[in-house]
Write a protein that binds this ligand. Structure first.
Ligand SMILES: Nc1ncnc2c1ncn2[C@@H]1O[C@H](COP(=O)(O)OP(=O)(O)O)[C@@H](O)[C@H]1O
Ligand SMILES: C=C(OP(=O)(O)O)C(=O)O
Ligand SMILES: [Ca+2]
Ligand SMILES: [Mn+2]
Length: 627
């Protein structure tokens, strides 16, 4: 027995392999990702399914103006044992066709975060693991969106459907130019040894789910979209089929300035008829998520569903709040609330059954992030999270969130379930409160005011904020901005269309509108200071609990806003901004200056009717500042 035991021990400790290669082959086992299909139709064999998938990807990457593109094969070119065997082209290329068709492009299909980390760390300069486990990446020369380079194809349908001209974000291009850029992007992607393909979903409302495919050249982009879109289950992926919308992200490669309509080396092109988007000349990952948001702003209203640039959360009693606001006004920060479940931080739909998040992740600003102020966001920065453009200590890899050396617009993209109280699936009932966030750099808007429906519409259409530096290119300090529907950069139809839908839904479901200034108090930017996040949170708490409906109000001059005289946990004197200004005359002047800006901005909307109801249009026009 004793002798045998020794032999057993020896056998148990030694690995049963004969070569090092065999040993390495033991390390990674195939997971049984594919489950038994229980549908009534004849199930496809694993091989048939793979073949269909490859054909679909191959079709996405086909160069439309050439005989063929390269051969598409699945798998990492670095893994020699998966030598390309399968060729998906219907016709075998002959030597008379171009060289590109003789080449192989490997497709890295829906890789896991761990695999994407390895790809990024091995092949993409500027990729590092930070001490919290996140993947730090650099987005290159562009660290914010480029709205002046966003183009939309004007064709016979979009010509009448979309909002064009002054104030519209839709810069026109023609179909031919789109195809020139598309071919440029596809050729660039096909010239690479490998591309990443993500097949994912948008919209948690099962009846209005959209299938998206993202073809990109960087693991960073693939991981970003893995986090930001809804992740399919293995079964859903097997049944994915043809995508409803495809992004070609060739961001490392510029557009050609000799191409008609091009004004810089960057172009983000949307073709609604082809259901495609092409990105050239910018690697800022936010373009992809916001590009898809634009698509939803077109598709959803066609179905009677309102698309919203808002955060959304829900209390224990099922009370839902929407947080509208431009970049940097606090949608992500304030919808991430330890006492409430998070439905989403940025993009939602409001339909007949309630609200649904469009995305599967959050994209938080992380400049000056601290555990004390934003613990949930801090804790979400861990393995799997993409940390864009942050600076870290070279040895410990500890992130310095205060460092703006690369950009002010540093970001973290993480799956929504990284927030502990995320509501999965990300849907909820009809909203009770609609909170309009404005970061007022002039420091004259009250920290909170209760709005009438007409005022809510007036401020929704105005979409005022001081654009905080960073998210859009070339903005170095806060500046007053008006952006219709708090998202003019993303809306596709005329703002009054969305406004009419919002008014209708708010009326139907009895939602209360609020205006919350998360910006300056005690003076304008430069002399005053930003309202403490802790105070804003107290104000938001009082809105959620309903207690703010039961306090006394007074009406402000000029803007005619109803402001509470007290809010629990907030010093009463700051509730009326005039109290916080030392120089009262300067306050009056600044107030009138801002009112003038509002009036000028709204002039473009005065000729438009909002919905069917003429009296509402008149009320909205009267709900602006009076001076
Ligand atoms: N009073 C305040 N309310 C909300 N955010 C504030 C406030 N003061 C400072 N901030 C900061 O402003 C930023 C808001 O950004 P974020 O929530 O990402 O905006 P959005 O999601 O609307 O783009 C965060 O960095 C947050 O810490
Ligand atoms: C990513 C963006 O959204 P936000 O700043 O609203 O979070 C953006 O506007 O580029
Ligand atoms: Ca946004
Ligand atoms: Mn945000």
């Amino acid at each position: 027995m004793a002798g045998n035991r020794e032999a057993d021990l020896g056998a148990g400790l030694a690995v049963k392999v004969r070569t090092i290669d065999e040993l390495h082959s033991l390390q990674q086992k195939k997971s049984g990702a594919s489950t038994q299909i229980t549908s009534s139709t004849t199930p496809l064999s694993e091989e048939q399914r793979r073949k269909q998938q490859l054909q679909s990807i191959s079709a996405s990457l086909a160069s439309l103006t050439r005989e063929t593109g390269p051969k598409v094969v699945k798998g990492d070119p670095a893994r020699k044992r998966e030598a390309p065997k399968e060729v998906s082209h219907p016709v075998a290329p002959t030597i008379s066709v171009s060289d590109s068709s003789l080449k192989f492009t490997h497709v890295l299909y829906n890789l896991s975060p761990a695999e994407l980390y390895e790809q990024a760390l091995k092949y993409e300069k500027g990729s590092f693991i930070t001490s919290n486990g996140a993947l730090a990446t650099l987005s290159g020369a562009k660290t914010g969106r480029a709205p002046r380079d966003k183009r939309v194809v004007k064709d016979h349908t979009t010509e009448d459907d979309l909002w064009w001209g002054k104030g519209s974000p839709n810069i026109e291009m023609d179909e031919h130019t789109f195809m020139v850029n598309r071919e440029r992007a596809v050729d660039y992607l096909n010239s690479l040894e490998k591309v990443f393909v993500n097949d994912q979903f948008l919209n948690w409302d099962p009846q209005n789910k959209i299938k998206v495919r993202i073809v990109s050249a960087r693991a960073y982009h693939s991981l970003f979209m893995h986090n930001m879109c809804i992740r399919p289950s293995p079964e859903e992926l097997e049944d994915f089929g043809t995508p409803d919308f495809t992004i070609y992200n060739a961001g490392q490669f510029p557009c050609n300035r000799y191409t008609h309509y091009m004004t810089s080396s960057t172009s983000i092109d949307l073709n609604l008829a082809r259901r495609e988007m092409v990105i050239l000349g910018t690697q800022y990952a936010g373009e992809m998520k916001k590009g898809l948001f634009s698509v939803m702003h077109y598709l959803m209203p066609k179905r009677g569903i309102l698309s919203l640039h808002s955060g959304c959360n829900m209390g224990k009693d099922g009370d839902v709040a929407l947080f509208f606001g431009l970049s940097g006004t606090g949608k992500t920060t304030l919808s991430t609330d330890h006492n409430r479940s998070l439905i989403g931080d940025d993009e939602h739909c409001w339909g007949d059954n309630g609200v649904s998040n469009i995305e599967g992740g959050c994209y938080a600003k992380c400049i000056d992030l601290s555990w004390e102020k934003e613990p949930d966001i801090w804790n979400a920065i861990k393995f799997g999270t993409v940390l864009e453009n942050v600076v870290f200590e070279e040895h410990t890899r500890e992130v310095d969130y205060a460092d703006k050396s690369v950009t002010e617009n540093t970001r973290a993209a993480y799956p929504i379930e990284y927030i502990p109280n995320a509501k999965i699936p990300c849907v909820g009932p009809h909203p009770k409160n609609v909170i309009l966030l404005a970061c007022d750099a002039f420091g004259v808007l009250p920290p909170v005011s209760k709005l009438t429906l007409a005022q809510t519409m007036y401020h929704f259409i105005s979409g005022y904020t001081a654009l905080v530096a960073g998210t859009e290119e070339g903005v170095k300090e806060p500046r007053a901005t008006f952006s219709a529907c708090f998202g003019a950069a993303f809306i596709m139809l005329h703002p009054t269309k969305y406004a009419a839908m919002l008014a209708d839904k708010m009326q139907q479901h009895g939602a209360t509108g609020w205006l919350v200034n998360t910006g300056w108090s005690g003076g304008s930017y430069g002399s005053g200071s930003r309202i403490k996040l802790a105070y804003t949170r107290k104000i938001i708490d009082a809105i959620h609990s309903g207690s703010l409906l039961d306090v006394n109000y007074k009406k402000t001059e000029v803007f005619g806003l109803e402001i509470p005289t007290e809010v629990e946990g907030v010093p009463s004197e700051i509730l009326d901004p005039i109290n916080t200004w030392g120089d009262k005359k300067a306050y009056e002047e600044t107030l009138l200056k801002l009112a003038g800006l509002f009036r000028n901005n709204f002039a473009t909307f005065t000729d438009h009717k909002i919905g069917e109801d003429d009296s509402l249009t008149q009320e909205i026009l009267a709900a602006g500042p009076i001076f």
